[in-house]
Design a protein around this ligand. Structure first.
Ligand SMILES: [Zn+2]
Length: 457
């Protein structure tokens, strides 16, 4: 089997950042060695010098929209953007695609759509909707790593929200699988009430949109989910936390011992409401980007471990749906695509707050891999793991242009920004999938499934 060694002065290993050589045999890491112990016989050497080598990033929150809405994104373009961004595994959300991933047949349709088209590895969350309680355990047996539900209308045909009674009939099934339930935590009632009061407001102002999705909607949803978690004993994961007002209760729930994890996204950590211009609907997402102080408190939540991970919530759409000409925050599609620039975005913000690449590896690889049940093979530079890496020049500047985006529709709120750090190359199971701005070879990404953990209860 072919032997390769990847050298750098700064290899991000679970034990720390150090000079090392990663010895790779075939698709797996064989050993992590001091640089002077690389075998000289028949070993291909790649020396990256001062550029850091991090584990391949894992994004457990991506909307690939395929099959059914591949004109919005699709496996080929999403995984290409992922490779350019340093990601080696994506977990697809069960909505936006048609059929939505709420039955085993729909999961099979997704497998067919992905076949032969992915540049990085992937997996698919199953959906929990109003009427698919009997599909939950079969989906787990078919290989989904967990489930996603909405407590508010997701605003897209083909996927329904769940009410509390519907959730209560689904939760015993979810608990039996031992897999996590990912929850879009906003309740409809506070959002509807706030939105109704704003019918005559000027929706070209970002502040109008922000007022329509109050902190209270997130808080109430999180409280409901924590109490259900206590009652049913399932693994709860809060997706895209935006309000810092929930941090204290989330911290207390953890302290109490609930099986709880929390994510936030680069846009909540980089953008703030005060600087979003009128009509700048590229910044619309739900829950919304809130104020600057809130943003700093989210960083505190990452620091103290209340927030476990940072994932993109990459959610593109055809540009026309962003209503860029009329700039209407009410009618524009909500969602921000960032797979290809998330690492530089995060490094720009994290490095100026004193965090290191080790923190980024924890937030953007190890924790999402654990959530998706692939942490025995992915997200670590250690013997036995898949040889997935990103080579990251953390000192170079990146100016975000359309050419740096790589997904289907090259619109972004980040265009023109100068960020810190450039992804130089990405390796998937020992082979380059992104290097020098290009995507070498044929798409070789595979589905990661079957690492199903069953509840012992
Ligand atoms: Zn999402």
């Amino acid at each position: 089997m072919s032997l390769q060694a990847f050298l750098s002065r700064r290899v991000v290993t679970p034990e720390g950042i150090r000079p090392a050589a990663i010895l790779v045999e075939g698709e797996r890491i064989k050993a992590v060695l001091p640089p002077d112990q690389v075998p000289t016989d028949g070993c291909k050497i790649h020396n990256f010098g001062e550029a850091a080598i991090l584990p391949g990033l894992v994004d457990s929150h991506v909307h690939i929209n395929d099959p059914g809405r591949a004109d919005w994104e699709g496996f080929a373009t999403a995984t290409q953007a992922a490779a350019a961004g340093g990601y080696t595994l994506l977990v697809d959300m069960p909505l936006n695609c048609l059929p939505a991933t709420t039955t085993v047949a729909a999961l099979e349709a997704k497998r067919a759509a992905a076949y032969g088209r992915c540049r990085v590895d992937w997996a698919a969350w199953g959906g929990v909707v109003h009427d698919n309680q009997s599909d939950i355990e079969p989906l787990a047996a078919a290989g989904v790593p967990g489930f996603k539900c909405f407590l508010i209308n997701p605003g897209i045909d083909g996927f329904t929200m769940v009410t509390e009674p519907q959730l209560r009939s689904a939760l015993p099934h979810v608990a039996r699988t031992g897999l996590p339930l990912l929850v879009h935590a906003e309740l409809a009632e506070p959002v509807d009430r706030a939105t109704d009061a704003l019918v005559d407001a000027d929706w070209s102002h970002y502040s109008t949109y922000l007022r329509s999705r109050p902190d209270e909607a997130e808080l109430a949803a999180i409280r409901l989910m924590l109490s259900l978690c206590r009652e049913y004993g399932f693994r709860l994961h809060i997706v895209h936390l935006s309000t810092s007002q929930a941090l204290q209760e989330l911290r207390a729930a953890r302290f109490e011992g609930l099986a709880l994890t929390v994510e936030t996204c680069p846009h909540y950590l980089h953008l703030s409401a005060e600087t979003i211009a009128d009509g700048a609907t590229l910044n619309k997402c739900a829950p919304p980007i809130r104020g600057r102080e809130n943003c700093e408190r989210l960083w505190q939540g990452l620091k103290d471990g209340t927030i476990d991970m940072v994932v993109t919530d990459h959610s593109p759409c055809p540009p026309a749906m962003k209503r860029l000409t009329e700039g209407n925050f009410r009618t524009a599609w909500g969602g921000i695509a960032s797979l290809s620039v998330a690492l530089p975005l995060m490094w720009t913000e994290a490095s100026r707050r004193g965090f290191t690449l080790l923190d980024l590896a924890r937030w953007m690889a190890a924790a999402p891999a654990r959530l998706a049940g692939c942490d025995s093979r992915k997200s670590r530079i250690a013997a036995g793991y898949d040889a997935d890496f990103v080579v990251f020049d953390s000192e170079r500047e990146l100016i975000v242009t359309e050419d740096s985006l790589h997904y289907r529709h090259r619109v972004s709120p980040y265009l023109g920004e100068t960020l810190r750090g450039v992804v130089e190359a990405t390796y998937l199971r020992g082979s380059p999938v992104f290097a020098e701005g290009k995507f070498p070879g044929e798409p070789g990404g595979r589905e990661y499934s079957g690492n199903i953990r069953r509840s012992t209860a």
